[in-house]
Design a protein around this ligand. Structure first.
Ligand SMILES: Cc1ncc(COP(=O)(O)O)c(C=O)c1O
Length: 390
């Protein structure tokens, strides 16, 4: 008989993605010969921009692929600093910029240097599920604050103050957010930063969807002070998900600590990805990315009213990322069961709210507008027939 290894108690708090179950089911539906429209995954249909791919090919052919500094290649850190200066009009010293293995590593590093076991971190619920699992993996406690349409599904300074405890060490927000696509205002960032500052805690702002806002350019939370942590990534705006590259901007005093932890956890981010990412800031790449941003906006402008027409509630207009967090409670009592039936019968894959929320998950689904408008039209038509035929 196989010996069952001892399992760390923390694993009881680490949940799998429900969306994986939907994806397994989607593969079964596809294997049965049906065309499934995938609106469940947080990854658009675009390929990595060609100038980035070309840069990678050139570097791979001509350079050795050694480890880099755990902080990342200096030319890439400098390019990120220039990007902040030119696009967001903030001066960020290169010493504060750490290139990481995706923003996932940035989140883990930042939390790793900030929280001790039993410390609490404030988070919005619904929110990106990995955050609470990172916190649990460190032995700390995610303090989920239920948020709704009245605060654009975001943690506000008032909500943070009301949920503060003597063990709170940090507050985390994402703007635009996954799963809601909503923003934290610059005033709210100021308020949250001031609250954290006053309590000797740290504000972490996840700006991984920065650049993917529609009709306006979001400001960066870095404006709110040099004592907060900002997380960013090459995954979403720059469309390099599988390259696993991100970055964080940390207070100067934390940079060395983050470096030490990165050295020990993974030595350095991918060398190839870092060289390739240098081409992200070329005007030719930005032109491609801005064209795609316009396409995402067109998808959003089609999908949100179409979903409302179908009977989904979308009380707050999503302004960024590529998600609609839709209230499905007028159509079904259990969104997980609803998502499974929609997939089996209408061949449209959606993510049930369970992946993002602890409060009222059965009332919501997340719909990712990661497919062209024609596919979204087809998906809406299928949903209409499914809902009409029940
Ligand atoms: C809000 C948010 N933060 C962080 C991540 C992690 O992304 P990556 O590690 O690819 O940068 C994601 C991925 O979907 C996300 O939605």
């Amino acid at each position: 008989m196989d010996r069952i290894p001892h399992l760390a108690a923390r694993m009881a708090h680490i949940a799998a993605f429900e969306v994986m179950e939907i994806q397994t089911l989607a593969r079964e539906v596809e294997a049965a010969g049906h065309d499934v429209i995938h609106l469940e995954i947080g990854e658009p249909d675009f390929r990595t921009p060609q100038p980035v791919v070309d840069a990678a090919a050139r570097v791979l052919a001509n350079q050795p692929m050694n480890y880099t500094s755990a902080l990342g290649l200096m030319p890439l850190r400098e390019a990120i600093a220039r990007w902040y200066a030119t696009r967001y009009r903030v001066d960020v010293p290169v010493e504060r910029i750490v290139v990481t293995a995706g923003s996932s590593a940035a989140l883990l590093l930042a939390l790793g240097v900030l929280v001790d076991p039993e410390d609490e971190v404030l988070l919005a619920d619904p929110g990106y599920p990995c955050n609470r699992h990172f916190i649990r993996a460190l032995g700390a406690v995610p303090r989920l604050v239920t948020v709704g349409p009245e605060s654009r599904y975001q943690l506000t300074p008032d909500l943070a103050r009301a949920n503060w405890s003597p063990r709170t060490r940090a507050a985390m927000v994402a703007s635009p957010s996954n799963p809601t696509g909503t923003m934290v205002t610059p005033e709210e960032v100021q308020g949250l930063a001031a609250l954290c500052r006053g309590k000797g805690a740290t504000l972490l702002v996840d700006e991984i969807y920065q650049g993917l806002t529609y009709g306006f350019d979001a400001r960066t939370a870095l404006e709110a002070g040099d004592d907060l942590v900002v997380i960013n990534s090459f995954s979403k705006y720059f469309q390099m998900t599988g390259w696993r590259l991100g970055w964080t901007v940390v207070p100067l005093a934390l940079a060395r600590e983050v470096e030490k932890l990165a050295q020990n956890l993974y030595i350095s981010p991918s060398t190839l990805a870092q060289h390739a990412a240098l081409a992200c800031f070329d005007p030719a790449t930005i032109e491609i990315l801005e064209g795609r941003r316009a396409q995402l906006d067109a998808r959003r402008r089609f999908l949100v009213p179409a979903l409302r027409e179908l009977g989904f509630g979308v009380p707050v207009e999503p302004q960024g990322a590529f998600y609609v967090y839709a209230d499905s409670s007028g159509l079904a009592t259990d969104s997980f069961d609803f998502a499974r039936r929609v997939l089996r019968e209408a061949h449209v894959a959606l993510t049930p709210g369970k992946d993002f929320a602890c409060a009222d998950p059965e009332r919501h689904v997340r719909i990712a507008y990661t497919q062209p408008v024609a596919r979204l039209e087809e998906a809406v038509g299928r949903l209409q027939r499914f809902l009409g035929g029940r």
